[in-house]
Design a protein around this ligand. Structure first.
Ligand SMILES: [Ca+2]
Ligand SMILES: [Ca+2]
Length: 465
């Protein structure tokens, strides 16, 4: 009876601890951590969708949308073929960048073929609130209970990156015929882009062990995290055609046996390496004014160490500016999934039910990090709403912008893509209420057009076909 009561109290304390937001101090900024969703199982990928919902994979095979305000989790599909063997299961996910007109959802998972663990990349179509018409783009990739990767990331050029692990076979990463231990680059239809480093091959980089994070930075820079063996977890800058060393090289080219290989194979050294290892995982790029201390930084989760780290980048993004900065240290257990919302909030997924963690009644959880004191420009007191329309909408090669009345001062017109990145800019002169914006350089998809003067602002949604 006593132990029952004690357990009851512990449970209550755990719920209270979860329900109340905690804070972490980041320089001058107080970041509030709130639990958005609970009782998930090993969230693996977390994305901010163009529908302003979070998109989630859970390793047993579920794909869901999460309302970022209420935390309601709406299941879209349980992928029937997923085999959650060891560290495998449903892993990375990416949404087509022109989702409004090409509503494709890409997922990578492990499955069983004749009793063997394999990995495949599958494209679903999002229609009618569910996922239909699976098309297998790359299948029969050797996999294992460990080291199967795998993250997906769309590049600014419209192609898709997929990272793969060595599948516990160290002969694969340096074998250019094998799809394992690589970063693969493919067109959205699964074909090999004509400008890949090796003609006719998916291979974009080689020499990887077990990639667990993939993120896009400014100027198209690509960052990846991967697990080392007993030492040398790495964060790498991914460059076309480069060799990342595994299994001959661990971390930097600093041992005699590594140096000759590094010279011979033009090995790209990591931006940073951790020994002992942390089990680095989800990786994201942050550059929002909401948490100014994190601007131009990578945010990196870790499983074993349970840490969230900030990796400040140099202005050109090619190296780190300083040592990693510790943000969380085991407060939430194992951390894996991460994404940054266009409004500067950060969402994290715990990974306490992945077989290596303890797990509480609320695990796994989605955590929301935000600076509640941040006031975005759009609602700054004194900024008045502006009446703006765009025509046609959807548009193709250009769009006409109309203000209800001309402004006494010049206004900035900025087009942002679905992820909040500026992709076009023009100036609307004082006294003018009409402008034509060229769109031919933009891909089909969802965008916003922002018009801003010192006192007034408007944001309208634009679809490009
Ligand atoms: Ca390496
Ligand atoms: Ca080394």
């Amino acid at each position: 009876m006593k132990s029952f009561l004690l357990l009851g109290w512990l449970w209550l304390l755990a719920v209270v601890a979860i329900a109340q937001p905690s804070t972490v101090q980041v320089g001058n900024t107080t970041v509030t951590v709130t639990t958005l969703a609970t009782q998930l199982d090993t969230p693996w990928e977390l994305l901010w969708g163009p529908d302003n919902f979070l998109w989630l994979t859970e390793r047993p095979g579920r794909i869901s949308r999460i309302n970022p305000t209420t935390g309601e989790v709406a299941l879209l599909l349980t992928v029937p073929e997923v085999a959650e063997e060891g560290e495998g299961g449903l892993l990375g996910m990416a949404l087509h960048p022109a989702f409004a007109t090409s509503p494709y959802v890409y997922v990578v998972y492990t499955y069983l073929a004749s009793g063997q663990i394999r990995e495949k990349l599958v494209r679903y179509t999002y229609t009618g609130g569910t996922l239909n018409s699976p098309v297998s783009l790359i299948a029969e990739i050797p996999a294992a209970r460990i080291h199967s990767g795998s993250r997906l990331l769309f590049l600014p050029d419209g192609n898709l990156l997929m990272s793969t692990g060595d599948a516990a076979d160290q002969s694969t990463p340096q074998n250019t015929v094998s799809l394992n231990g690589k970063t693969l680059r493919l067109a959205p239809d699964g074909s090999v882009p004509a400008d890949n480093p090796q003609p006719g091959q998916y291979q974009y980089t080689l020499g990887h062990r077990n990639p667990q994070g993939l993120a896009l930075g400014p100027n198209g820079r690509i960052y990846s995290s991967e697990h080392g063996p007993d030492s040398n977890d790495e964060v790498n800058l991914i460059e076309a055609g480069r060799n990342y060393g595994w299994p001959t090289v661990k971390g930097f080219c600093d041992e005699p046996a590594e140096k000759a290989f590094c010279t011979d194979k033009n090995v790209k050294e990591p931006l940073f390496a951790w020994s002992p290892t942390l089990a680095v995982s989800g990786l994201a790029y942050y550059n929002h004014p909401a948490i100014p201390e994190w601007r131009n930084s990578l945010l990196l989760n870790s499983l074993k160490a349970g840490q969230l780290l900030q990796l400040p980048l140099q202005a050109d993004g090619a190296s780190l500016q300083s040592q990693p900065v510790l943000i969380f240290n085991r407060q939430f257990g194992r951390l894996r999934a991460i994404c940054v919302a266009p409004d500067g909030r950060v969402f994290l997924g715990t990974s306490n039910r992945d077989g290596s963690g303890a797990g509480t009644a609320n695990d796994d959880q989605i955590l929301m990090l935000q600076n509640k004191a941040y006031v975005p420009t759009a609602t700054t007191p004194g900024t008045l709403p502006l009446a703006v329309s765009v025509w046609p909408n959807p548009a193709t090669s250009q769009v006409e912008l109309h203000l209800a009345a001309p402004l006494p001062v010049a206004a900035q017109v900025t087009v942002h893509d679905a992820l909040g990145r500026p992709v076009g800019h023009t100036m609307l002169p004082a006294g003018q209420a009409h402008a034509v914006l060229p769109l031919h350089h933009l891909r089909a998809g969802w965008y916003t057009v922002q018009v801003q003067s010192p006192q007034q602002k408007a944001v309208v949604r634009l679809t490009i076909q």
